[in-house]
Design a protein around this ligand. Structure first.
Ligand code: HEC
Ligand code: HEC
Ligand code: HEC
Ligand code: HEC
Ligand code: HEC
Ligand code: HEC
Length: 314
């Protein structure tokens, strides 16, 4: 009995060690931002009403609430609100004309920027302009529609947990394709129900949590890591074989970067043997890999101890 509880304890401990998240490098929280978060950080805000000569508390528009935790974990965490928004927002009530403010786009800052050249913003921009979204709604559909200005964080490039990346990326698409309100910001057509439109897909839940929407919907290109040219539905991947074979589009996009990285980290052999068959990579769990390694090690140890004990007792 004791042996078993020790084993369980050992396993639990090793799981704990392996599941420790790396600590995010902390950013100093700006004084200036905390003034904005005082109102935009939660469901209510308070201000002093000079006419009534007292403090008044009101409900914040839910779409104007910004999660400060997500804000300080994202790509632009070092930014002050007024780096993008007008300085005039520092006074309240905000001037009504501010609603017309022109906000910067990604390319305004990233075009020709050496520090972020690896992301290939210019190519992404070209791809996006050929997508269904942009060709049909060039004015309203900006990069910000998918890249939430207050929470977008790179995943596919640097997150080792592929399942997390898949969920992250799919939630970007579902933020409209599963939300009528946001969808109607762009189009007044009736929003198709994505569950119904994918009726033909066997085991839909498993697919949606293990395959990215863009894997079937975006034209794969060699130039950029994340394909941005979302195509009309008639051009979507529908053949299972196209996807589930080893040299599939999946390998081409989500895994090409990871495979390259693995090859340089562990040598080609490892990358080649680590690539899985079924929905590639998605059914592979790193912790389970570690766990099976540990169990294998322990079993070997027991066998050796057993053999040693037997030979001693003989
Ligand atoms: C005293 C509370 C309060 C403070 C402080 C405050 N806001 Fe606001 N903000 C509001 C309210 C209420 C609204 C919605 C009504 C409106 O637009 O005036 C709003 C709306 C906004 C909008 C959306 C405007 C639109 O209609 O598109 C932006 C952007 C904004 N605030 C930015 C900021 C920034 C940046 C700061 C900090 C420099 C800030 N706010 C500080 C209360 C506040
Ligand atoms: C990197 C640039 C950037 C920074 C930094 C930034 N914003 Fe924004 N913000 C935007 C953009 C772009 C939009 C318009 C989004 C859209 O069109 O969907 C926006 C929209 C808003 C809105 C209106 C909500 C909406 O969905 O239209 C509020 C409120 C707001 N920002 C407040 C803030 C506050 C408060 C901060 C600081 C904590 C901040 N923003 C920092 C770019 C930024
Ligand atoms: C107002 C200028 C500005 C705008 C607009 C802007 N960015 Fe940035 N972005 C920056 C700067 C500056 C950095 C570097 C931030 C830092 O190192 O703290 C950055 C960092 C990034 C990074 C992380 C780079 C890295 O290696 O850590 C990504 C990804 C990124 N931006 C994507 C975007 C996307 C996508 C958009 C549009 C949806 C956008 N940015 C809009 C200025 C901007
Ligand atoms: C239809 C949704 C959508 C639109 C519109 C969109 N993106 Fe993206 N973008 C994504 C998704 C999904 C990712 C993957 C996020 C992740 O996992 O890092 C991404 C990733 C990126 C990355 C990081 C790629 C990398 O190599 O790590 C950049 C840079 C980027 N987008 C720039 C842009 C720019 C610039 C625009 C506008 C011209 C734009 N995006 C418009 C969905 C979109
Ligand atoms: C800001 C909201 C929004 C986001 C985010 C968004 N879409 Fe869309 N999408 C739309 C709208 C609106 C249309 C309808 C365009 C039209 O036909 O007028 C559309 C159309 C499409 C179509 C074409 C359907 C057809 O009839 O041919 C596909 C495929 C699609 N989206 C996939 C995606 C994928 C994949 C993502 C994530 C990478 C995504 N969308 C993100 C709003 C969005
Ligand atoms: C396995 C491939 C695959 C995946 C994964 C996938 N789709 Fe599709 N999708 C298709 C195909 C094929 C169609 C066209 C179906 C038809 O016309 O019968 C389609 C249709 C659509 C349409 C058009 C709906 C309509 O009825 O007009 C939208 C929008 C869409 N998909 C969005 C998404 C989103 C968002 C995701 C991720 C959550 C996603 N798709 C995941 C293959 C896929």
């Amino acid at each position: 009995m004791k042996k078993y509880s020790l084993l369980v304890l050992l396993l639990a401990m090793s799981l704990l060690i392996f599941s420790q998240e790396e600590a995010d490098d902390a950013v100093p929280r700006s004084e200036e931002n905390s003034k904005c978060f005082a109102c935009h950080g939660g469901p209510t805000y308070t201000f002093s009403n000079d006419m009534l000569e007292r403090k008044v508390t009101k409900l914040m528009n839910p779409y104007f609430i910004i999660d400060s935790v997500l804000y300080y974990e994202q790509n632009h965490k070092s930014f002050e609100c007024i780096d993008c928004h007008s300085w005039d927002y520092t006074s309240f009530p905000h001037n009504n004309e501010l609603q017309m403010e022109q906000l910067p786009g990604c390319l305004d800052c990233h075009e020709g920027d050496d520090a972020t050249a690896q992301y290939k913003f210019e190519q992404i921009n070209d791809e996006f302009h050929e997508s269904v979204h942009s060709t049909k709604h060039s004015e309203e559909f900006t990069c910000w529609m998918c890249h939430n200005p207050h929470s977008y964080k790179i995943n596919a490039r640097n997150n080792d947990n592929i399942l997390e990346t898949i969920v992250y990326d799919n939630n970007i698409c579902l933020s409209c394709h599963a939300d009528v309100n946001k969808y109607n910001l762009i189009s007044d057509k009736e929003k198709p129900n994505v569950i119904d439109s994918h009726d033909w897909l066997p085991n839909q839940i498993a697919h949606f949590s293990r395959v990215r929407c863009i894997e079937c919907h975006a034209h794969v290109s060699d130039d950029v890591l994340v394909a941005h040219q979302v195509q009309p539905k008639k051009d979507a991947v529908k053949l299972c074989a196209e996807c589930n074979s080893r040299n599939s589009d999946l390998l081409a996009s989500l895994y090409k970067f990871r495979a390259k990285e693995n090859r340089s980290k562990f040598g080609f052999l490892n990358a080649a043997t680590l690539s899985d068959g079924y929905i590639i990579g998605a059914n592979r769990n790193v912790y389970l890999n570690y766990l099976s390694g540990i169990i294998f090690g322990l079993v070997m140890l027991l066998v050796i101890i057993h053999a040693v004990l037997r030979s001693i007792s003989k």
